[in-house]
Design a protein around this ligand. Structure first.
Ligand SMILES: [Fe+2]
Length: 247
């Protein structure tokens, strides 16, 4: 599995709080057949991009050295989870936050309700930077539950979607699980990721979540959203046209 969204690196956000937290999440990744983790710490203020990248890259380098010394076969890739707010309108260097320097930018919206028009304006700004947004955990946003038409609007713009494992397993309630299933089953969401934070809070114990997935999530579908599509993304390839025929 490629885990496209994970707060694995310590000392940047509300994810891992220490190197020990990070090392523990790495062990859990390996135990759960996760071979590649894209580290996507929260980026909340785009005016602080330089400082953020400095710490992120330094901690990633330290982690890679640790994994190599311990001979732990976990590949570490880099990205960011960019919170879409007004700072995007003055943002410079947004492309430095993409996943592995591809065209793909992992983006999140506010979990509080806000007008749907605002979502469209913010997303448009990402496209204006020449990037393709991957919307993190769409199933969690009240704005998408209240205005489901927005999902189609996002698709028409060319946005991609990433569902969280905990949502799909039903840990956040029926309403969120139902939307997660719908997004995956209908070929709207191409990615499933853990969005793991800490060893004992929002973990990356992927296999435990799989046991709770509803039967609509077939092995073929699971392979597309955890391996094939994320792999295409890391190669900076176009994804929508390559969706398999089972959708
Ligand atoms: Fe996240």
């Amino acid at each position: 599995m490629i885990d496209l969204h994970c707060h694995l690196l310590w000392g940047i956000d509300d994810g891992a709080q220490s190197p020990e937290d990070t090392f523990s999440l790495c062990d859990t990744a390996i135990e759960n057949q996760i071979q590649t983790v894209v580290c996507t710490p929260h980026m909340l203020n785009l005016e602080e991009t330089d400082d953020y990248l400095f710490v992120r890259d330094a901690h990633a380098e330290e982690l890679r050295r640790y994994l190599a010394a311990k001979q732990i076969p976990l590949k570490i890739c880099l990205g960011a989870e960019v919170y879409l707010n007004d700072s995007i309108f003055a943002a410079e260097g947004l492309e430095s936050l993409t996943i592995e320097n591809t065209r793909y930018l992992l983006c999140e919206f506010s979990l509080r309700p806000f007008p749907p028009e605002r979502a469209l304006v913010l997303l448009e700004e990402v496209f204006d930077h020449g990037l393709t947004p991957v919307i993190a955990h769409p199933e969690r946003y009240p704005v998408l539950h209240r205005h489901p038409r927005l999902i189609e609007d996002f698709q028409d713009m060319g946005a991609l979607f990433q569902v969280n494992t905990a949502s799909l397993a039903g840990l956040l309630g029926d309403e969120i699980q139902d939307l997660a299933v719908w997004l995956l089953k209908n070929g709207v969401a191409d990615f499933l990721a853990t969005d793991a934070h800490r060893p004992n809070w929002r973990t990356n114990a992927f296999q435990k979540f799989v046991e709770k997935f509803p039967p609509e999530i077939t092995p073929e579908l699971l392979r597309w959203v955890t391996q094939t599509a994320p792999s295409l993304l890391l190669e900076n390839k176009e994804i929508a046209s390559r969706r398999p025929s089972f959708f």
